[in-house]
Design a binder for this molecule. Structure first.
Ligand code: MSP
Length: 512
């Protein structure tokens, strides 16, 4: 990656392979893919990193129960994640696996570097541990009966002699960084929570004696490195090359250029990213990410999803039943990114039908039909494009607001801006009745204007909707004989050429 070009490096979480991928994982990756696709259309150099988190006691136990060795187990589940990203059209550039031998070398080199800095020491630890969180809990975090408040499973008594990371040395710097960089923590309303965690942050153990499935602590084969200390470095390891890893960590220009634009994660793991990880990076002298975005949680019919409740949404089944465009559209449109959101099949179906079939799909098919009937399926020779027209102004303003929303990590608003233009086009179309004016030679020009201005606007919409519904957008672009979107800067209000053939792509979206 060059250091000069505007580069956008986005990461998804590295998903635990202790279970098959679920809709929560798919959700984050849909959003990240939309953000990355948008950035590619702006002409920025984009790197989207996703991957899997494969070590730790939770995965060790799951593999043991399944009766297979941990690595074969990880391979199986990792293949399922990759297949899911294929199904969901997630265009990632890097796939990080924490079982990659190269990753282990990077983690060990990082450990040695932080140790040399004097930020790792050995001490005895006693505490309560939730295996599902892979995290320590205080009494305050627990429900009655010593249950983890997130997973509702009993926590375990834990007491070992471990290596500790001296997080407390960095809490002041982290706090100062947050305060002097508004928007470092996103959405902004989560900042207070992070500052409160910093007040309580203590040095934490970064090794385990009791866990075998992990990266050995350099110089102490009795212990493995704590799964979070290991996994967070999965954002970095694919960028490090070369044998002299410690030297490389210090001077490799790729590392200096390595600076995530944003880590996109769920709110449940914000503390690891906004506190632990930042401390680790500060200790090693590495660049800090520009943003850490903690999004909300999905519920099903208003209830928390869980295996025991039996209300888990299967991401594969959803696409098989309703198609990918519908699924991507719903999750990106109906859930304000950053807040919690709900999925109910009825709301999902109604929303997709209302927006994709009724508002957008119908408009495109009505316009193309009139164009076939009154203009031979070609852009009429009498049509002259007017950049001062209200439709042009609304469309260009819509594009500006759309870009503003995307730059602010708000794909939901970006999608809303698209539909504000679509609603305008529909209203204008209905009130101006081109199907009547086109019939009559005296008013034909008026009809032509409505028809082709609508088509010019839809040309923009075809591009703008690509990050959300790639299948539908591809069909829309085909109307204009494009097989991929142009860079957004190249869109201008004179895209239609008189005599140009307009291809009818058939139904944009089949009603559910
Ligand atoms: N392995 C760690 C992340 C390490 S990153 C270096 C992990 N994995 S996870 O598989 O448990 O969770 C991955 C992501 O899925 C988290 O961002 C989490 O917030 C998200 N979700 C899990 N359940 C979810 C919902 N019900 N709704 C939305 N997102 C959810 O944590």
């Amino acid at each position: 990656m060059s250091m000069l070009s505007d580069r956008f490096f986005l990461t998804t979480p590295l998903y635990y392979v202790n279970a098959e991928p679920h809709i929560g994982s798919a959700y984050t990756n849909m959003v990240c893919d939309a953000l990355a696709r948008y950035q590619r259309m702006t002409g920025n150099e984009v790197c989207l990193l996703t991957g899997v988190d494969e070590h730790g006691g939770k995965i060790e136990t799951t593999a043991e129960k399944a009766g297979i060795d941990p690595l074969s187990y990880c391979d199986q589940i990792t293949a399922k994640f990759k297949a899911l990203w294929e199904l969901y059209k997630i265009k990632y550039d890097l796939f990080s696996r924490t079982t990659d031998p190269h990753h282990s070398e990077v983690v060990q080199a990082f450990f040695r570097r932080v140790l040399a800095k004097g930020d790792i020491y050995k001490a005895k630890y006693k505490g309560l541990y939730c295996l599902a969180c892979e995290d320590f809990k205080t009494e305050r975090d627990l429900l009655d009966g010593k249950l983890c408040s997130i997973h509702q499973i009993p926590v375990q008594e834990y007491g070992e002699s471990n290596y500790f990371f001296a997080l407390s040395r960095y809490t002041d710097s982290i706090r100062a960084h947050i305060k002097s960089n508004p928007g470092f923590i996103l959405p902004r309303f989560r900042e207070g929570e992070v500052l409160a965690w910093l007040e309580e942050a203590r040095d934490f153990p970064i090794s385990r004696r009791s866990v075998k499935w992990g990266i050995p602590v350099p110089g102490d084969e009795e212990q493995t490195i704590y799964v979070w200390f290991d996994a967070l470095l999965g954002y970095l390891s694919p960028f490090i090359e070369g044998a002299d890893l410690e030297g490389v960590l210090a001077i490799n220009p790729r590392i200096q250029a390595w600076r995530p634009s944003a880590h996109i994660i769920g709110k449940d793991i914000l503390r690891f990213h906004a506190v632990y990880w930042i401390g680790m990076l500060m200790s090693a002298g590495l660049p800090l990410p520009k943003h850490v975005f903690g999004h909300g949680f999905l519920t099903k019919d208003g209830e928390k999803m869980g295996k025991t409740r039996g209300n888990i949404i299967d991401p594969i089944d959803l696409v098989e039943r309703f198609g990918l465009d519908a699924v991507r559209f719903y999750f990106l449109f109906a859930i304000p990114f950053g807040n919690d959101g709900d999925f109910s099949e009825k709301v999902f179906i109604d929303t997709c039908n209302a927006y994709l079939a009724n508002r957008l799909g119908n408009l495109v098919s009505r316009v193309l039909k009139l164009c076939e009937t009154y203009s031979g399926g070609l852009v009429a020779t009498e049509y002259t494009s007017d950049p001062e027209s209200e439709t042009a102004q609304r469309t260009l303003e819509g594009l500006r607001l759309y870009r503003e929303a995307f730059e602010a990590f708000d794909p939901q608003s970006a999608l809303t801006k698209i539909f504000e233009v679509v609603d305008f086009l529909n209203l204008r179309f209905t009130s101006k009745k081109p199907w009547e004016t086109l019939k009559n030679p005296e008013s034909r020009l008026e009809g032509i204007k409505i028809l082709f201005e609508t088509l010019e606007s839809l040309y923009f919409i075809a591009h703008q909707i690509m990050p959300f519904t790639p299948g539908l957008a591809t069909r829309m672009l085909a109307v204009y004989a494009l097989d991929q979107p142009l860079p957004l800067d190249q869109l201008s209000w004179n895209s239609l050429r008189p005599g140009q053939n307009l291809v009818n792509p058939g139904a944009l979206f089949s009603r559910i």
